[in-house]
Design a protein around this ligand. Structure first.
Ligand code: PLP
Ligand code: SF4
Length: 335
């Protein structure tokens, strides 16, 4: 599913960093100074362990419960089949209108431009997504272009994946050139986790590529825990905000990772320090292999209500659920 060629060392620094990512559970554990033979660790069959050195450097050594480690460590419980957890939890397959183009909501479409990710988040709702059949290649697939041209109600294209920033500058440029031909596409949104995973990817060249988009650029980061913000990614963030891109963050509420109002409130404040507005707090998608990150609804709502009480409205993310067949994200009813 993940094209191997994307991980071979190239001349750019970020590609070199990418090639040095951990790809084996044992190597990651050893680096984190944890027992490699621990019995709770899972096998890595269909969704291999992958994490960059940068992200791993933010993990506290010797702490088996580190909230960043838990997001990337394969766990035995992933192999259990839990009722109510499916392969396509959010109904993306039904909403795919052209290869890689998901049109669920009226004014915006999501383009899964690549299946590659430099980190494998164990709770990922796309862990079973058949990317090889659904990633438009270099040139935007003519089917995607004709769908976009004939749907004038679409004013926003969201680049997603995988991680869209795994594409080369050249591929992204070509994509933007094509989108620039469609006058009704006024917003370009990038959903990327690389800010906390491979911050060197967000360099002046990349920013220059996006600034060639004719309309407004929105950058949505994916950060779940305040520990994922450090001095290093602050520089990347400054590049984005200096360019006038609008910055938002989305998180997923995950058991043992960030299931506390204090942690989530701290995350909001830290994001705000970097000009990022907390946008969504997602309820875990019920995808097979991720059930051990879930919490009972009452507990989730108790955390969210406390979060609302702690934060000003402008730093409170919307707590939402992605449900098949809906016309927007669904607010989780906690009040
Ligand atoms: C989440 C999502 C969007 C974006 O929704 P917003 O509410 O605009 O952030 C668009 N398309 C799909 C398929 C999505 O899952
Ligand atoms: S970065 Fe996003 S798409 Fe990639 S594994 Fe993590 S959650 Fe999934």
């Amino acid at each position: 599913m993940i094209p191997e060629s994307l991980f071979t060392p190239q001349t750019n620094d970020w590609k070199l960093s990418l090639s040095r990512a951990f790809r084996r559970q044992a190597d990651l554990l050893e680096y984190c100074e944890l027992d490699v033979n621990g019995t709770t660790h899972g096998s890595e069959t269909d969704f291999p362990v992958r994490v960059t050195r940068y992200y791993a450097s933010l993990i506290e050594k010797g702490n088996a419960k580190d909230p960043l480690l838990l997001q990337v460590l394969a766990d035995k419980r992933e192999q259990q089949s839990v009722p109510g957890y499916s392969l396509d939890a959010v109904g993306d397959m039904a909403a795919m209108k052209a290869p890689g183009l998901i049109h669920k909501y009226h004014s915006r479409v999501l383009l899964t431009v690549t299946g590659a990710c430099p980190i494998h988040c164990r709770y990922c709702f796309r862990r079973h997504f058949p990317y090889s059949d659904s990633s438009p290649d270099l040139q935007l697939h003519s089917e995607v272009m004709s769908y976009l041209s004939s749907h004038r109600e679409i004013n926003e294209v969201i680049l997603s994946g995988g991680d869209p920033l795994m594409l080369s500058d050249q591929k992204l440029s070509s994509l933007i050139r094509q989108l620039n031909q469609l006058s009704h596409i006024r917003y370009l949104r990038i959903h990327s986790r690389l800010l906390s995973v491979l911050p060197e990817r967000i360099n002046p060249e990349l920013v220059a590529v996006f600034s060639r988009f004719r309309g407004k650029v929105i950058f949505v980061t994916h950060i779940n825990h305040p520990q994922e913000l450090s001095g290093v990614n602050a520089q990347s963030l400054q590049l984005l905000s200096a360019q006038g891109f609008q910055l938002f963050n989305q998180s997923v509420l995950l058991k043992e990772v960030n299931d506390s109002a204090a942690v989530l409130a701290e995350l909001s404040y830290r994001l705000f320090d970097y000009q990022i507005i907390p946008y969504y707090l997602h309820k875990l998608d019920k995808v097979q292999g991720a059930a051990h990150f879930d919490l009972p609804d009452e507990r989730l709502c108790a955390i969210y209500r406390e979060l609302c009480a702690r934060l000003p409205g402008y730093l409170t993310p919307k707590f939402v659920n992605e449900l098949s067949g809906r016309t927007s994200k669904t607010p989780v009813q906690c009040f």
